[in-house]
Design a protein around this ligand. Structure first.
Ligand SMILES: NC(=O)c1ccc[n+]([C@@H]2O[C@H](COP(=O)([O-])OP(=O)(O)OC[C@H]3O[C@@H](n4cnc5c(N)ncnc54)[C@H](O)[C@@H]3O)[C@@H](O)[C@H]2O)c1
Ligand SMILES: O=C(O)C(=O)C[C@@H](O)[C@H](O)[C@H](O)COP(=O)(O)O
Ligand SMILES: [Zn+2]
Length: 355
């Protein structure tokens, strides 16, 4: 088992990464809690809930499941989970365990952030993508007008990442998770990026996967420690998300996986960056890698105009002006205000190149 620590403004928390950790959740809890509520989704619950429950010896241990998928990351589920917490009698010394991917982490984390004005929670990620979502404390639900519009910064008390659970992921979810790893490689360093571009997702070994997760978490953890509430460099973790989130909202939540949308968004960010900075960037390399690994490189039934409207509600915006995360090179990211008309032209050309 590998262990890292993240220093948040309120507390420091461990990230455990290793095999069989789902059987050790109880042992890894560092505090006494009056009750514990495990929140998961129906798919993950079927696969791993029993293991987690069996690992915890507590007389007030409860669980509740929500339907799997992005559609559950909404205010109604949030409210229902609060009702469950009250029915089970959770108090301020209770713990919520988020067992699942980013949807469960964001949703259950936001419930923990708000239940009785905030109780402890831990993240037990079960997707590759959740190496990103489980670290850093961004918790939220979606609004029909925009992704993660209702939320908070609320760091977990621990992250317990059992990499064995990743063996049951579909190819689509592997792709989705790897898009965020590629993002972290662009933020991190050339070596990590070259390593990712050299692999085929279908041929991954578990050692390689764990190593990539570890590298990704290191990049993420360093950024959130330096800028917990996104005043500056944390914005770089949003590379690919300005368009990515617009694609998710525009197509309907859950129609396109988060990471797949981010992949298209990253490609777009590279496309713009090459023109804005007049540099040659690995646009073609990224395109080929995404293509080889079966990413759906399309924007769906939408238009540049509709996507721009969505991008206008991005959280990075200042006034009505869209801020894009761009790069001058690997490890050299920037935030640029891109005028609406220019952005529309870039988007039209980019979409034309995709088809
Ligand atoms: N808070 C953050 O910093 C942050 C970072 C990145 C993404 N996110 C959010 O995370 C969400 C996406 O997360 P996700 O991709 O993990 O989605 P997800 O939680 O919906 O999981 C994807 C699918 O995989 C299934 N699944 C999960 N674990 C499994 C396993 N081990 N075996 C088989 N199936 C499994 C789920 O049931 C679901 O159907 C988005 O809402 C995104 O906005 C948040
Ligand atoms: O941790 C961050 O900061 C990120 O931006 C990570 C992203 O991968 C993640 O999707 C995040 O939820 C996006 O945040 P948002 O503020 O753009 O909603
Ligand atoms: Zn993301």
């Amino acid at each position: 088992m590998k262990e890292m620590k993240v220093q948040a403004s309120s507390h420091s928390y461990p990230i455990y990464v290793g095999e069989n950790l789902r059987f050790q959740v109880g042992r890894l809890l560092k505090e006494e809690y009056s009750s514990i509520m495990v929140v998961s989704d129906e798919t993950v619950g079927e696969l791993y809930l029993e293991d987690i429950l069996a690992s915890i010896n507590h007389s007030h241990l409860y669980y509740t499941l929500v339907p799997a998928g992005e559609e559950s990351k909404n205010i109604d589920q949030f409210y229902q989970l609060h009702s469950k917490a009250m029915e089970f009698g959770l108090d301020r010394r209770s713990l919520i365990i988020a067992l699942g991917g980013g949807v469960i982490g964001d949703l259950a984390g936001f419930v923990a952030a708000t239940y009785m004005r905030g109780i402890d929670y831990i993240q037990v990620p079960t997707t590759i993508l959740a190496h990103d979502s489980s670290v850093g404390g961004k918790v939220a639900v979606n609004h029909h007008m925009g992704k993660n519009m209702i939320g908070n910064f609320y760091p977990p008390k621990a992250v317990i990442y059992d990499v064995q659970t990743l063996e049951s992921l579909s190819g689509k979810e592997v792709r989705s998770g790897y898009a965020e790893l590629v993002k972290e490689a662009f933020i991190g360093d050339e070596k990590f990026l070259e390593e990712l571009f050299s692999i085929k997702l279908g041929d991954l070994s578990s050692t390689q996967l764990t190593e990539h997760l570890y590298n990704g978490i290191k990049v993420k953890a360093a950024i959130v420690e330096a800028d917990e509430k996104e005043a500056g460099i944390r914005k770089y973790l949003n590379l690919g998300h300005t368009l990515g989130h617009a694609l998710e909202a525009e197509n309907g939540y859950g129609k396109i996986a988060h990471g797949e949308a981010v992949a298209v968004g990253m490609l777009f960010a590279l496309f713009i960056s090459e023109q804005v900075y007049g540099r040659s960037l690995p646009y073609q390399q990224l395109l080929e890698w995404l293509h080889t690994n079966g990413y759906p490189l399309q924007v769906g039934e939408t238009s540049p105009e509709a996507l721009i409207e969505r991008m206008k509600s991005d959280k990075k915006n200042i006034g009505n002006n869209i801020q894009m995360i761009l790069l001058r090179g690997t490890g050299d990211l920037t935030t640029e205000e891109v005028p609406e008309q220019e952005l529309k032209e870039y988007l039209k050309t980019f979409i034309g190149k995709l088809v």
